[in-house]
Design a protein around this ligand. Sequence first.
Ligand code: MIC
Ligand code: SF4
Length: 641
Amino acid sequence: MGYTIAQKIIKAHLVSGEMVKGNEIALRIDQTLTQDATGTMAYLQLEAMEIPRVKTELSVAYIDHNTLQAGFENADDHLYIQTVAKKHGLKFSRPGNGICHQVHLERFAVPGKTLIGSDSHNPTAGGIGMLAMGAGGLDVAVAMGGGTYYITMPRMIRINLKGKLRGYVSAKDVILEVLRLLSVKGGVGAIVEYSGEGVRTLSVPERATITNMGAELGATTSIFPSDEVTFAFLKAEGRERDYTPLSSDEDAVYDEEYEIDLSALSPLAACPHSPDNIKSAEELSGMKVDQVCIGSCTNSSLTDLLTVAAMLKGKTVHPNVSLSISPGSKQVYTMLAECGALADLISAGARILECACGPCIGMGFSPGSGGVSLRTFNRNFLARSGTKDASVYLVSPEVAAASAVAGVFTDPTTLGEKPSITLPEKFYINDNMIEDPASESEAESLTVRRGPNIKPIPKGKAPEADLSSKIILKVGDDITTDHIMPAGTKILPYRSNVPKLSEFCFTVCDPTFPERAKAAGGGVVLGGQNYGQGSSREHAALVPLYLGIKAVVAKSFARIHVANLINFGIVPMTLECPDDYDLISESDSFEIKGFAEAIASKDRVEAVVNGKKIQLKLSFTERQRAILLAGGLLNFTKSNT
Ligand code: MIC
Ligand code: SF4
């Protein structure tokens, strides 16, 4: 039996475990990346594990999320990350250099290698044929120290692409179509591979748009083959030496297969408040638009922004619309400037923001009350934009540009011929904003700079013999990490200050939660399906831990979040019978006799919830049981070294 692309990379990096679907496997990690909103924690953990020098082939620390700097906190975190990177052997991408995934794709991603990053959109590098996965900061810290990364061997989904995209239809519409087909839960436990003759018609940045938003399927990762298009991209980046061809074997076996005819696709949009709530641009046509935001790690490549510039050239943004554009990287920004396209954007009235995540993570540009915002981003979760009653639609750069000019939702295919754009054969290469680490001998005398906002990481505790607690919060299906630990301008500066962050925990669902949790000394959270979908932020586990949350019971969990819960010693349990969810109410008492013993050795346990007997599943590997019993991965690592 042949191998899929992902299976080939897994096989070449397998350290332990059997490559059997559903088994836990350990992988050697070649590269890591962090961004600043998760990086501070990751490096505090690297320091706590006393790892003097990273052992990966390459580790890069990016600054791209917390760039507003409304107080000293973000700047202090940047300096902490910069000094820690210099001392511990990492490259440092300075603020202004761009969004981690875009820069990594341009300058560092290598087909056939493994990459984990403390950000859920790490699969962007799958566009170049890399096995790239999002992970919690602690898992990234372990990998930096030379440790392996554990995943459940995924099932394989193949999406066969045929035909070629028409005019104004773009890569964003491909992934929105996949989300329509599979939903935000459809990729859980799977790797999505793209194949077929249609693949050759897509450039690497277009492929990366598709793999980037594979995160919204809940997939472990998504990947494209590495072919002559990959070679051309690497050549344009002056990195031909990094090329290796990569494709699946003819007789590779997939668990699910789908086909998408690119030539039959039309522009689509994800409607509020979920990336899989898909409608056609045609259906939404004519709806008044208040704001348009172009950028993010999904759609900020040179192709995207040259297209937008060509569509805006000689026009003016509609008087009722505010348009922001954030280029993905310094490379993209410089090339836009050099070819004059930037002047077309400025002249049309676009508000140009720095090369960073910006409005995507609620760092400014929140829409007005009840506003309609069209964004080329990847997530439209409730309140993520910073305005709870705003309606955010996820669209392609083409829909965004057409609507920005018209002032109403516009299907660009009604505009006639798409203006043609020409991409340079060689990209502008200048890595002057990427700092190298100090040599080992220099590093010893370097001091890491720590600002006053950096507070100690809460420590997990071993589980009690018997759990006697109560349901402190009941939430529904598809709860995102943006519900659990919201972001945005007011909250993000405290990513390295868990006590302060705790004041915002779950406030999107229940503004009284932090106070109630503190007063009760914690409790158990009850969730529905796909609990913890979305980002990799381990703060969605660390902060509940700080507030005394001991366990989360749900119908099902998202991959990265469940790993984060275990890493911090919060016990995730699933309802054996999902309908029991309806029998449980907030404030119910929650007791498990023999809690620690069940974690140690049982697959099932009975909870008594307000007098009712509820069966719970404990689906842990031996390693996970040991981590939970130690009260989290940091304690576990310490007691095992
Ligand atoms: C996101 O897009 O939600 C983020 C912000 O990039 C997160 C990471 C974070 O919360 O810092 C992610 O995707 O993992
Ligand atoms: Fe940044 Fe948005 Fe991409 Fe997350 S999804 S890395 S916030 S641009």
